[in-house]
Ligand binder design. Structure first.
Ligand SMILES: [Zn+2]
Length: 112
């Protein structure tokens, strides 16, 4: 612009017509009428519905579903019958002695 001005040429001759006021007003000449809801949208054949992306839990975020108490699960009928192994004594599968298992067995000569 400085060079153009120094040559005594009109600077506005180098500006695109899209930046003029007339062009701006012509773009907003017509109104866009809002629709009340999606039922007024025109139906287009051949286009499939774009579904929203699947929701996934991001790392570090808590679970969405609440963990129910055992009493609540029993009331709803969703009960898993889990037997505790707390009352079963340990028994080694190598020497068949109680009180230890195969991993903690130190019997070098097991009786088979
Ligand atoms: Zn053993």
């Amino acid at each position: 612009m400085r060079v153009i001005s120094s040559l005594n040429i009109d600077v506005e001759a180098f500006v695109s017509n899209s930046y003029t006021k007339a062009s701006f007003l012509s773009r907003y000449e017509y109104n866009i009428h809002p629709l009340n809801d999606t039922s007024e949208w025109p139906h287009v054949e051949g286009l499939h519905t774009i579904l929203p992306p699947l929701r996934r839990r991001l790392p570090g975020m808590p679970c969405v579903k609440r963990k129910r108490d055992r009493a609540e699960r029993e009331l709803n009928g969703h009960t898993k019958h889990i037997m505790s192994r707390a009352d079963i004594p340990l028994r080694c599968t190598i020497c068949h002695q109680t009180g230890r298992n195969k991993a903690t067995c130190n019997d070098p000569f097991p009786v088979c």
